[in-house]
Write a protein that binds this ligand. Sequence first.
Ligand code: ZN
Length: 177
Amino acid sequence: MKRKVMKWLFALCVPVFIIGMILRDDCVIPVDGATPKDWNPQSFWYTPWGRSGVHKGIDIFAKNGTPVLSSTKGLVLYSGPYGMGGNVVWVLGPKWRLHYYAHLSDSSVSAFKLVHIGAPIGRVGSSGNAAGKPPHLHYAIRSLIPLPWLATTQVQGWYRMFFIDPNTRLRVGLSST
Ligand SMILES: [Zn+2]
């Protein structure tokens, strides 16, 4: 009986996994009106960086209250306070990638809602450990599937197989639109 259940679960997981992988992964810059000039391309994997050691995303600077947009279509997994990130939103997007939006002044989506690409999910702020710093969106893309070819010999370089460089990702997005 138990084996049968496992078999069914497996039969269900495989198509769900495949659907996730084949969804188109279009993306937009997740701050309304922002251009690549609003972040430093060198800031991804910058070290030393506070308590986390390495900066695993980019910081897109904008005025306090500027709308933060979902960079992809996806499913909101979490929206609310989250440690050093302050007010954050986690969105599960195509290809089993988690998109992380941090230091928001507030978020305007709730968990388990589907969002479109470019949909407003909150506003730029300086919550969490960005308190006292110029308002910015910390944006990171985590891959749930290890991508070993992204690993490097940098500090925490092995861990890079779980992180997409948002900088290149967003530039690709720009050139294809
Ligand atoms: Zn940051």
